[in-house]
Design a protein around this ligand. Structure first.
Ligand code: MRU
Length: 358
């Protein structure tokens, strides 16, 4: 599974979603569409190539696509030979293309804004100095994300009961972040503390991130995991098997409403009906205080063909339409805890993320 990287990955593991190779000055990404059957890395030399990869789900997961976009803007700086003004135009154009690829995940806009501030600070410097500064900024975004995931993991693990069966949805793991993961970070940390945890991974139709990615990741770490189809969740709640739910997020509004992979809201309703803690793990870069509530979060609509087909197999007869909202919003009143690297928010008792602004 070698990516042929010229240095140790910043992810902290020997595999990763996205890295920069300083020797070849390329972005390297694991093709998540091929997992678990094949571990194949692709190399990208242009921001447009990275944008296509984000749109096509080579890389996915809110923090990971933010990091990919940051490295993509370093590629722009590597290539632009012209003066400060043209450098900023090129950075702005690439940023807009990257930002339009996935509208729900706010980490994308957050990373692009941070890189654009850096571009403004270094625009007058030489091409090589601009590139080195932009690369350092992207690496700093990447390193901070991994550190945040580890802190989130510690905070969340404290609430995980020993012996718990934990339900998670989609993939909020190392594959969806700079490394370690958010929801899977909580599970990894609980496991590392010696808690006997077992995971139920919802398969997550239509892209099957739970079945293909979460199960693969946990299996690599020796954490017990079983895959269920999405429509089995109610059965396992009713049987009393599930003791804790933890999911990731693509955007957390100012009122603590949480957008995450389609199907998350259903699980929150079930968890509340069965009095099981429903929790969210996300870095602060996922918190969007400028979006007042979940109703204001743009929900990405993806191609209906992704619902009508699994791989090359067509499930739905020609001429019948399908719907494909890629995310849903879980209202704050259903959420027991949001773990961020800044601390824990308890939406059910009326707390909002701004309680963590010191
Ligand atoms: O469509 P995806 O696979 O990008 O959706 C990913 C999710 O919904 C994750 O739960 C979310 O991005 C959090 S990742 C730490």
């Amino acid at each position: 599974m070698s990516a042929g990287l010229s240095r140790e990955p910043l992810s902290g593991a020997d595999w990763f979603a996205v890295e920069f190779d300083p020797a070849t000055r390329e972005v390297v990404m694991l093709d998540q569409r091929l997992l678990p059957g094949e571990v194949r890395y692709h190399r990208y030399r242009t921001a447009d190539g990275v944008a296509d990869a984000i749109r096509d789900m080579v890389v996915r997961g809110a923090p990971a696509i933010g990091i990919a976009a940051a490295y993509a803007l370093a590629l722009v700086a590597r290539d632009v030979t012209s003066d400060a003004k043209m450098f900023l135009v090129a950075n702005g154009t690439a940023g807009r293309v990257l930002n339009a690829t996935r509208p729900t995940a706010v980490n994308l806009g957050w990373a692009i804004a941070r890189m654009s501030r850096k571009a403004g600070q270094v625009a007058e410097r030489s091409q090589e100095e601009r590139f080195q500064s932009m690369l350092e900024e992207a690496e700093s975004i990447h390193r901070q994300d991994v550190e945040s995931c580890r802190r989130i993991g510690e905070l969340g693990a404290a609430d995980v009961p020993d012996g718990a069966v934990i339900l998670t949805h989609c993939n909020a793991g190392a594959l969806a972040t700079g490394g370690y993961g958010t929801a899977l970070g909580v599970i990894r940390a609980a496991h590392a503390q010696g808690k006997q945890v077992r995971v139920l991974a919802g398969e997550t139709r239509p892209y099957l991130q739970g079945a293909r990615l979460t199960a693969w990741e946990l299996h690599q770490d020796g954490i017990p995991v079983e895959v269920i189809t999405d429509n089995m969740a109610g059965y396992f709640f009713q049987k009393g098997e599930i003791r804790f739910v933890v999911v990731g997020s693509d955007r957390i509004a100012a009122n603590a409403d949480v957008a995450n992979k389609i199907g998350t809201y259903t699980l929150a309703v079930l968890a509340n009906e069965h009095r099981v803690p429903f929790t969210v793990a996300a870095p602060w870069s996922t918190v969007d205080l400028r979006t007042p509530s979940g109703a204001d979060i743009p929900i990405e609509e993806r191609s209906p063909l992704e619902v009508a087909r699994i791989g090359s197999t067509t499930l739905v007869a020609d001429g019948i339409s399908c719907r494909h909202p890629a995310f849903d919003v879980t209202p704050a009143r259903l959420i027991d805890a949001i773990y961020t690297e800044r601390g824990v928010v308890k939406p059910k008792i009326g707390e909002r993320p701004d309680v963590l602004i010191g």
